[in-house]
Design a protein. Structure first.
Length: 289
């Protein structure tokens, strides 16, 4: 049974324990939200892990005085007992896929050898970093999993299970790849250049280092290593700094806008609302409660 809904600000497709093909997946689905969603308790209790793939948009959460963000093209892992995105989590306007699954002895992962299950469980249990860049094929695996739920045929259970196993393995591999990732020297120079010019409009192609490669090729390398274009990165970093200033200072919104190089408080509010799903004043009120 397809549980799908279309609201003014939120479109979704969800399968619960009663409608999912696999008993080891108490929940899975897809959603597009055009507004911010505050984190909260997970309805399936504390037994399940959750893998969330963010195709567009992002999510954020605070731990103490530090702000963490997961951007587009990234995977976010919730462990049993976690709230959605943490107790202070906030889903920004985004497109996301998710699946919750249970390891033995609380559940079962049929189709995998016991040794493989143990290795996967150990990998998920020992992930200190909960968000990391995802492989491009992650979206394909989620689409395959959902396609078997939408159009159930002979062998759909086996096909859905194969897609789930691909998601689990891809998540573990992506985490390991992020742990060993090396940023090229050219991209490091570009990031440093944008860092000291953060309170300005996007500086354009001159963020690329003086190398024999073309600007277009450098842009391609930047996207591969950072997950977004230089312009998108620059904008997101300015909004990241704005969030911190909204929570940690008493400066007015107009002062913060000009401090970060926005031409007006209205333009700043427009960009902020587009990425975060809240106006700067709404965000300050939410985080200062």
């Amino acid at each position: 049974m397809n549980h799908a809904g279309v609201l003014t600000m939120h479109s979704y497709e969800k399968y619960s324990a009663e409608t999912a093909l696999l008993p080891e997946t108490p929940s899975l689905g897809w959603s597009i939200s055009h507004q911010a969603i505050v984190g909260g308790p997970r309805p399936d209790g504390s037994k399940a892990y959750e893998i969330c793939y963010i195709a567009k948009g992002g999510a954020e959460w605070w731990i103490g005085n530090r702000l963490y963000e997961a951007g587009p093209g990234s995977t976010f892992v919730n462990k049993p007992g976690d709230w959605h995105g943490g107790e202070s989590g906030l889903l920004q306007p985004c497109e996301r896929y998710w699946v919750r699954f249970i390891f033995p002895p609380d559940g079962d992962l049929p189709g995998l050898r016991v040794e493989t299950i143990r290795n996967l469980k150990r990998a998920f249990e020992t992930m200190p970093q909960r968000h990391f860049p995802a492989s491009p094929q992650m979206k394909t695996y989620f689409e395959q999993l959902l396609a078997e739920h939408r159009n159930r045929q002979p062998y759909s259970v086996s096909a859905a299970r194969a897609a789930l196993h691909q998601i689990l393995i891809c998540t573990v591999r992506d985490y390991a790849a992020e742990d060993a990732a090396v940023v090229s020297e050219g991209v490091k120079q570009a990031l440093a250049s944008m860092e000291w010019r953060m309170a300005q409009k996007y500086p354009g192609e001159d963020v690329a280092p003086l190398t024999p490669v073309s600007g277009g090729y450098f842009r391609q390398i930047f996207i591969q290593e950072v997950g977004m274009t230089p312009a998108e990165y620059h904008t997101r970093q300015r909004i990241y700094l704005a969030k911190q200033k909204l929570c940690e200072s008493s400066n007015t919104i107009t002062e913060i806008a000009f401090d970060l190089g926005f031409s007006s408080s209205q333009y700043f509010a427009t960009v902020f609302k587009k990425l975060v799903g809240l106006t700067p004043s709404e965000y300050r009120k939410l985080r200062n409660l």
